[in-house]
Design a binder for this molecule. Structure first.
Ligand SMILES: Nc1ncnc2c1ncn2[C@@H]1O[C@H](COP(=O)(O)OP(=O)(O)OP(=O)(O)O)[C@@H](O)[C@H]1O
Ligand SMILES: [Mg+2]
Length: 301
């Protein structure tokens, strides 16, 4: 082992010096044609995104299956977060962003006029890199969404009108926290402020908050990158479990993580191009694109 290591290091160092990742390879359409049996949960077709005059995504077409984990990987600035935000129209909030192309959820175009954005974001929930609980109690963090969507009626007015769903709310809070593997750690302190939880607990709380409104798709943008290895392992386990019931799309810059937790992987490269999409094992063990191979073996990015 010790005899081999120095040589490997030199090789790598030389490659880093000589490989920039800029080859004259042209992406082939067949590399992104990932086939699966059932209908796509999300079907993205010829998606272009511009921020002002800068193009961030170039004609991306990609189908996301249900009940599985889809990983999005690629170097910084290649458009992973931009792509993720297109899936529940979060980019609508960015003034300079212009989006062309099509995204269908269960066959329904989400960019058509008249789509209810509150309803869309309930069906396609999002978990961010930094956990962002509301400065409220743990239970209020969970029941906030269902209350807002009218699925729960609690509080002073509800008590006055006799429509109080307090028991239902409790059951829902417990269910979401159990599903997010947090219940055992917080069941005796549901009234405490959520900001008092550890980072890993806060992230699972945000996942529970997302689950509480009963989504179809869960988008996660580097959900574990701010966490220590133990908290990261919990989030990874949870993602794999969630894939039994949901379509999970997760951006990660950690390639080991992508290969551990995902069923299929989409590789974006600089310029906002989707270069390859396929079964995770194939992408990591036998990529078709030279640039993807260079990227995943660490020669650039
Ligand atoms: N709100 C914005 N306004 C203008 N340009 C933006 C905006 N958000 C992203 N961009 C640009 O779009 C490109 C893609 O950015 P994006 O954040 O999607 O990349 P990313 O792959 O998520 O990168 P990272 O791995 O660093 O998070 C970058 O060139 C970025 O500077
Ligand atoms: Mg990003």
């Amino acid at each position: 082992m010790s005899e081999i290591e120095p040589t490997q290091r030199t090789d790598l160092a030389e490659q880093r010096l000589t490989t920039t990742g800029e080859t004259d390879e042209t992406t082939q359409a067949a590399w992104t044609e990932f086939q699966f049996e059932d209908d796509a949960k999300l079907a993205v077709e010829a998606l272009d995104v511009y921020y002002g005059n800068e193009q961030a995504l170039q004609s991306v077409s990609l189908d996301v299956p249900d009940e599985s984990v889809t990983a999005l990987i690629g170097p910084s600035g290649c458009g992973k977060s931009t792509f993720l935000r297109c899936l529940n129209r979060m980019n609508d909030r960015i003034k300079s962003a212009r989006i062309e192309g099509s995204v269908a959820l269960d066959g329904q175009e989400i960019y058509s006029d008249g789509v209810n954005l509150v309803e869309l974001r309930k069906r396609v929930g999002m978990v961010f890199q930094e956990p962002n609980p509301f400065p409220k109690s743990i239970e209020d963090n969970i029941s906030y969404g269902p209350r807002k969507h009218g699925d729960l009626d609690t509080g002073l007015l509800a008590r006055l009108f006799g429509t109080d769903d307090a028991e239902e709310a409790q059951a829902l809070v417990e269910r979401a926290l159990r599903r997010a593997a947090l219940w055992e750690e917080v069941k005796d302190r549901l009234g405490d402020n959520a900001l008092g939880l550890s980072g890993g607990q806060q992230q699972r709380l945000c996942i529970a908050r997302c689950l509480a409104v009963d989504p179809d798709v869960i988008l996660m943008d580097e959900p574990a990158s701010a966490l220590d290895p133990i908290a990261t392992a919990k989030i990874e386990d949870l993602i794999e479990e969630l894939a039994e019931d949901y379509s999970v799309v997760v951006v990660t810059h950690n390639m080991q993580q992508a290969s551990r937790i995902s069923d299929q992987t989409a590789v974006f490269l600089t310029g906002g191009e989707l270069v390859e999409y396929g079964e995770t094992e194939q992408i990591f063990e036998n990529p078709q694109s030279q640039r993807v191979e260079d990227y995943i073996t660490g020669k650039f990015g």
